[in-house]
Ligand binder design. Sequence first.
Ligand code: ZN
Ligand code: ZN
Length: 426
Amino acid sequence: MMQLIQPPRSTLHALAPQGLDTPDVESLTSYVCRLAHSHGITSQRLVDWVLGFFEHSVCDKYGWHQRNLSSMSAESEQWAAWLSELTGVESLDSLTLSPYRRLLGTPGLAPRSDRWCPCCFSEDKQRGEEPYLRLAWDIAPVEACLKHKVKLTSICPHCQRSNVRNRAAIVVPGYCTACGGFLGEGSAEPATPESLWTARQVGNMLAHRPQVAAEGVVPLLETIIERMADGKITCFASSYGFSKSGVWHWLRKGGLPGIKAWLTIALHGGIGLDKLFAGEVQNWAMPHQPLQLNIALSESPRAGIQSRELDWEEIRASLRLMLELPTPLSINEAGKRVGIGRKHLYLRANAEARAIADRHRRYRAASKQQHVDELRAKIEMLLDERLEAGYEGISARDIWARLDTEAQSVNGIFHHINLVISSRYG
Ligand SMILES: [Zn+2]
Ligand SMILES: [Zn+2]
């Protein structure tokens, strides 16, 4: 039976991310700005505070915006997990490109300057909502807004400066960090059909979590080469403009196609990036292929990509069962039992993870108190013995010498002894 979990209150506001599971999904950079704003502090202070909370050193010379919070890096994923842990809002890694790390190569992914769609900002504002930054704007090949059919821009219409979107200690998304002007004004150029196609592809990609696991990438690429070039690597490379060594690198050396290569595959293969990354290639037929090729393909041993993502419903159920165990588990131990790291537990099973961590925290606090109580009882007993034996005054040092070695090494042991003595005499 489904159990209701009541997770503890979150440490930071449980701010809802914008556009989750849509092509307009917010970026984590934007989320941090809005979260800081909702706490009435600067983004820089919020980031420093989070680092301090997780006992990481804060570097004064390092601006928060230099951290690339929305990227594909492990650092972005770590930030998403920390913020999920603190806000109680799960899946914040969907606001970064980190879920695509096992599929996408880095080259060509990051844009050279910060871009935005002025019409999106202006529409956010008209709807009475806080303007926010879209994750798609941080993907270099995306040069247009599909919704408004305009080119993305990177220059403030008021002060004509660039990189004024979020590179400052204080950021209000949608407003220029140099002059404070609203970035949703000014004119926007119409987008080309090619740039709209790319925007649609990437938008669909962002709206669906990738399902192909790391070990499923090579089988996926093999399927692609089979469908698109009858399994011939040389032919595949020359037909679609890849280098042969590059394709070999993907297949044998753990290399990954960059976003542009994936877009080329999607374009010529007539299949969406979302479908490719979901491993949904069983029923994929190349456009305008001779019939005989399709017949040959139906016998392919590689039909279907087996290495899919984890079953989170099942994992959540196991975690809920762990909440019933007589001895509470730590979040790390729970993670070990289901074979998933703490980071991903907070990202994908947030309520369960926080309930487990909270239960363990309370258990730890209670057992610590129990130890203290036992220690005090020991001290009381020694004190009684000494008094019965006719001693008048008694020093803390005296008592300490009579404790067993375990008790002697307790942190702040003299404090405990003095408290017991002073409660008697003081
Ligand atoms: Zn737009
Ligand atoms: Zn400006």
